[in-house]
Design a protein around this ligand. Structure first.
Ligand SMILES: NC(=O)c1ccc[n+]([C@@H]2O[C@H](COP(=O)([O-])OP(=O)(O)OC[C@H]3O[C@@H](n4cnc5c(N)ncnc54)[C@H](O)[C@@H]3O)[C@@H](O)[C@H]2O)c1
Ligand SMILES: [Zn+2]
Ligand SMILES: [Zn+2]
Length: 346
C-alpha cells in the first residue's frame, strides 16, 4: 500500500510499504477514506518528538472496516468508522475510569517505536488494535470530512473546554488559533463563555477564530497581556486554554490569566522544561491543569452530539484536500501556515 513515511527532520514522502495485517484477535484493519495532518505531526517533522526515518506517520483518519479479528464484537467489514489517535486497551484500571490517555498499554498511531510501533494513518490501510475500543461508528447522516475530526482535534478541543469547567458569563482566552484552538473556541462558546479572545499571529487563523465566535488578538501587533487586560477591566481572562505547545505560548497563558483563574494546557510537550515561580503562582492562586493527551474514547460520543447539533463544525478550517501522493506538499503548506487544515485522500 501507499503511506506517508518520515524521512528525517523536515522531510516526508509517500512510499510503498507492506500492507498491515491482523496480528491480534482484537485487531481491525481499516481502509482509510480520508486522513489529515495534525499539529502533532509537525512536532515529529521538526524533530521535537522522536521518530525514526522510515517510520509511517499520521493519526487522524476515517474509513471503512476492511477486516476484523475473531474477538471483535462491535464492528464488521463495511462499517464506517473513525479511528482514535490514541490506541488503548479499554480494560485496565485507568481505561475503566475514562482516563484512557493514561492506559497501561498506551500507544499512538503513527508515532514510531516510542508510540508502540503502530503504523501511521496517512496511508491506504491502518491496523487498529483493540478495535472495539479504538473505533467509533459513524452515523449515516455524518459525512467523512466532519467525522474525521472526532478521532483527535475536535474532541480534543471539546475535552479541553469541558475539563476547564467554563461557566456562563466567563471570559476565555485561547492561545493559538490552529485547528485545536479553533475547536476550543467552538466548544467554550457552546459551553456558555460570554466572550472568547483568540490569540495568534496568523491572519488566516485569526479570521477563522472570528468565524468560530472569538475576538481576534494579533500577538504580533499587540502585547497579549495589554490586549487581554483592555478587554477584561484590567483583570485578565477567567480561563485560558493554551493550544500551541511551546514555552512562549505557555508564558503567554500565564500572563493573560486573572488572579484566581484557570489555565488548561492542551498543546503538546515532550522534553521541554521551565523554571516554576512557585511564589508568584501560589500568590495569584492559579489553577494550572495539564490536559495531557486527549482521552478521546471518553469524550468522542459527547463531541459527536455537538457535531450533529451543529454547535461544532470543522469544515471552515479545511483549506486543502490533496491526494495522498501529494502529502509532502500538504506538510509544507500546513507547516508554513499557508494551510489551516490539510486532508489527504488515498
Ligand atoms: N492534547 C492533545 O491530545 C492534543 C491533540 C491534538 C493536538 N495537540 C497539540 O495542540 C497544539 C496545537 O495543534 P494544532 O493542530 O492546532 O497546531 P498548529 O501548529 O496548526 O497551530 C498552532 C497555532 O499556534 C500559533 N502560535 C504559535 N506560537 C504562538 C504564540 N506564542 N502565541 C499565540 N499563538 C501562537 C500558530 O500561529 C498556529 O496558528 C500542538 O501542540 C499539538 O501537538 C494536542
Ligand atoms: Zn493529533
Ligand atoms: Zn487501558
Amino acid at each position: 500500500m501507499r503511506a506517508v513515511v518520515y524521512e528525517g527532520v523536515g522531510r516526508v514522502a509517500v512510499h510503498s510499504v507492506p500492507d498491515p495485517r491482523l496480528e491480534e484477535p482484537t485487531d481491525a484493519i481499516v481502509r482509510v477514506t480520508t486522513s489529515a495532518i495534525c499539529g502533532s505531526d509537525l512536532h515529529f517533522l521538526h524533530g521535537k518528538a522522536p521518530l525514526d526515518p522510515g517510520e509511517t506517520i499520521g493519526h487522524e483518519a476515517v474509513g471503512v472496516v476492511e477486516a476484523v479479528g475473531p474477538e471483535i464484537e462491535r464492528f464488521r467489514p463495511g462499517d464506517r468508522v473513525v479511528v482514535a489517535f490514541d490506541v488503548v486497551c479499554g480494560r485496565c484500571w485507568f481505561c475503566r475510569r475514562g482516563e484512557t490517555h493514561l492506559c497501561e498499554e498506551f500507544r499512538n498511531l503513527g508515532a514510531g517505536i516510542f508510540g508502540g510501533g503502530l503504523g501511521g494513518a496517512q496511508a491506504e490501510l491502518v491496523r487498529v488494535p483493540y478495535a472495539d475500543t479504538n473505533l467509533l461508528a459513524v452515523p449515516p447522516e455524518l459525512d467523512d470530512e466532519r467525522a474525521l475530526f472526532l478521532g483527535d482535534t475536535l474532541t480534543t478541543g471539546y475535552y479541553a473546554a469541558a475539563i476547564s469547567g467554563v461557566r456562563p458569563g466567563e471570559v476565555v482566552a485561547v492561545v493559538g488559533a490552529g485547528p485545536v484552538g479553533f475547536f476550543c473556541i467552538q466548544a467554550v462558546r457552546a459551553q456558555g463563555a460570554s466572550e472568547v479572545l483568540a490569540l495568534d499571529r496568523e491572519p488566516d487563523r485569526l479570521a477563522l477564530a472570528e468565524r468560530a465566535g472569538g475576538a481576534a488578538i494579533d500577538v504580533s501587533r499587540q502585547h497579549p497581556h495589554t490586549a487581554v487586560a483592555e478587554r477584561t477591566g484590567d483583570r485578565g481572562a477567567d480561563v485560558v486554554l493554551e493550544a500551541v505547545g511551546s514555552p512562549s505560548a505557555f508564558a503567554t497563558a500565564l500572563d493573560v490569566v486573572r488572579r484566581g483563574g484557570r489555565v488548561t494546557v492542551v498543546g503538546m510537550y515532550t522534553g521541554e522544561s521551565e523554571l516554576v515561580p512557585l511564589g508568584g503562582w501560589w500568590t495569584r492562586a492559579l489553577d494550572i491543569r495539564f490536559a495531557g493527551i486527549c482521552p478521546v474514547h471518553a469524550w468522542w460520543e459527547r463531541a459527536l452530539e455537538e457535531l450533529l447539533a451543529g454547535r461544532m463544525d470543522p469544515l471552515p478550517i479545511v483549506s486543502h484536500r490533496l491526494p495522498l501522493d501529494r502529502a509532502a506538499e500538504g506538510y509544507a503548506l500546513f507547516d508554513s501556515h499557508r494551510a489551516t487544515k490539510v486532508l489527504l485522500v488515498p
